[in-house]
Design a protein around this ligand. Structure first.
Ligand code: ATP
Ligand code: MG
Length: 558
């Protein structure tokens, strides 16, 4: 993979520079550090592709580290889903690690800091602590507990650990500088009391380390050379380094934090908190709802790992926040399915056509390629008979010259079959067309080699034989939000922009070969788009998801 790419992203430039300055290639080591408080989304895919991509490029190990320091929000279900998604994307981690593996080590380092006079137990409320923080332009105020003795701090911290304090009663803080110009350096909290069971350590602990205290030290324990995170942590880098200063030994590698911009996608939200809200309030049917920007939702929708990795490649790594157009993601899946998906016949909005000069009891099995334009797809038989369905929109009684579909008195070709001519149509009392009567040219069968089969007619329509068609449910998706940046409005909640019509369920008729299709199988329904078999599909009922239409109907919605 890495060899194919020629230009370096800015993170790779940083690494190249470090190598040039003497860092040895075999000390390179990376990690992907998800918090197991939700499912991975397409933004995480950027970070996964970046970190594992570096692993591939430099032939270096990449750890999967679950950042599990908040038992209130974390669950085993999320751990399992995250592992499944990374594997599905095609990446292998060197080691599976958990921040909670390091609770003991972190605790003893905290005691070391206390002993060195660099940490203290603060018994103020979080509100009081917040008020003393100061502002970016004015210094904070020292806590009245800031100068308690080392012995007192050791004993109080021990009591915290033993569960002798209630949640919120006290915290352990690093003693740095309350007037530091970086607000993160104003005596940050290292530990808080949380009397919650942890998904891995159970009730062993009732004090839990904060993100900043945990992350850098975990990187150090794992000897991660480059700890790559998103831009909001840039201002934390100074604290990351201060914490490392307290523990790094001379002969050990010192991790380096570097930041890149989050990937945002238009017409959706990405934060796990907001995605959880959509799941919990029933806007979507779970984390893997095909409308969700989650990896599991995209997989169910019919996206392939290749398309998501390619999307990451083409959208690149940036130093500045930006929004990627969801059309680029859709382009990537269309591009991949165009190369890989067999073409089949399915009618989504049927109207019946009777071929009046075709014998009533006759049936033919016609040979049809899965792809007329590429090798290796093979072929199948499709049954033809006197009554077929075509799309309602493919027939008009009258139309101008640009309408290359079926109209009265004119001919079209049926894909892989015959040329038909519309003779008349039936209507109900409201004037709606209910049935079309055509005649066919018996000698015009595609591929039969006759003069008539080579006759050029303007339009080619997809169709299915009425008596052989398989009735199926098709789920047609639209964008989940009707606004380009739903969580970018100061005065409005993102929920106000939910598109009420993001799911339309229709009954379609598909060719009989699809009866044996399996969950996850992907097809091009000719002229309509790419579809895949949904997990809800059963032997009794086929269910398809529309992954993406062939043409982008969004920009030119009629
Ligand atoms: P969220 O706000 O969606 O919950 P998070 O940053 O809290 O995101 P984590 O599980 O902590 O989620 O993220 C794991 C890794 O993925 C981190 O290194 C984080 O920086 C990165 N990451 C998360 N969201 C994005 C994104 N939208 N684009 C790029 N990287 C991301
Ligand atoms: Mg997080």
């Amino acid at each position: 993979m890495a060899e194919e790419k020629t230009s370096l992203n800015f993170i790779e430039h940083i690494i190249e520079e470090d190598l040039a300055n003497g860092l040895s290639n075999d000390t390179l080591r990376f990690r992907f550090p998800p918090e197991p408080n939700g499912y991975l989304h397409i933004g995480h895919a950027a970070s996964i592709c970046l970190n594992f991509g570096l692993g591939e490029r430099y032939n270096a190990p990449v750890n999967l580290r679950f950042d599990d320091t908040n038992p209130a929000k974390e669950e085993q279900e999320y751990v399992d889903a995250i592992k499944k998604d990374i594997k599905w994307l095609g990446f292998k981690w060197a080691n599976e690690r958990y921040s909670s593996d390091y609770f003991e080590q972190l605790y003893s380092w905290a005691i070391k800091l206390i002993k060195e006079g660099k940490a203290y137990v603060d018994e103020q409320s979080s509100e009081e602590i917040r008020q003393q923080k100061g502002t970016p332009t004015s210094a904070g105020t020292d806590s009245p507990y800031r100068n308690r003795t080392i012995e007192e701090n050791l004993s109080l911290f021990e009591k915290m650990k033993n569960g002798e304090f209630d949640e919120g009663a006290c915290v352990l803080r690093a003693k740095i500088d309350m007037s530091h110009n970086n607000m993160h350096m104003r005596d940050p909290i290292m530990y808080r009391v949380l009397k919650k069971s942890h998904h891995r350590t159970g009730d062993d602990w009732c004090i839990y380390p904060m993100y900043d205290w945990t992350h850098g030290e975990s990187d150090y324990i794992e000897q991660i050379s480059h700890s790559i995170c998103t831009l909001e942590f840039k201002s934390h880098r100074e604290l990351y380094d201060w914490y490392l200063d307290q523990v790094v030994e001379n002969d050990k590698l010192r991790p380096k934090q570097r930041e890149f911009a989050r990937r945002n996608l238009s017409y959706t939200v990405m934060s796990k908190r907001k995605l959880l809200q959509l799941v919990e309030n029933g806007t979507v049917n779970g984390w893997d709802d095909p409308r969700m920007p989650t990896i599991s939702g995209l997989r169910r929708r019919g996206y392939t790992p290749e398309s998501i990795r390619n999307f990451s490649d083409v959208s690149g790594i940036s130093k500045r926040d930006n929004v990627t157009d969801v059309a680029l993601l859709e382009f990537c899946i269309k591009d991949h399915l165009n190369k890989t998906a067999p073409r089949v016949l399915a009618v989504l909005d049927p109207i019946k056509v009777v071929i009046t000069n075709y014998p009533e009891d006759k049936e033919e099995l016609l040979d049809a390629n899965y792809n007329d334009y590429a090798e290796g797809f093979g072929s199948r038989n499709v049954p033809f008979s006197r009554e077929i369905y075509i799309e309602k929109e493919d027939f008009r009684e009258e139309a101008n010259k640009k309408f290359f579909r079926l109209k009265l008195g004119k001919e079209v070709r049926l894909k892989n079959a015959y040329i038909i001519k519309a003779e008349s149509c039936l209507k109900d009392e409201n004037g709606n067309i209910t049935e079309i009567h055509c005649t066919y040219d018996e000698d015009s069968l595609s591929g039969s080699g006759t003069e008539a089969s080579k006759r050029k007619v303007k339009g080619t329509l997809h169709w299915v034989s009425v008596k052989h068609a398989v009735e199926s449910e098709v789920r047609v998706y639209d964008r989940l939000f009707s606004d380009e940046a739903p969580d970018n409005h100061k005065d409005k909640d993102f929920m106000e922009f939910v598109n009420p019509n993001s799911l339309e369920i229709i009954t379609a008729f598909v060719e009989p070969s699809l009866a044996s299709a399996k969950k996850g199988d992907k097809f091009q329904f000719q002229r309509k788009g790419y579809f895949c078999v949904d997990d809800d599909s059963s032997e009794q009922k086929l269910v398809f998801n529309r992954t993406v239409p062939l043409r982008d109907s969004w920009t030119k919605k009629e």
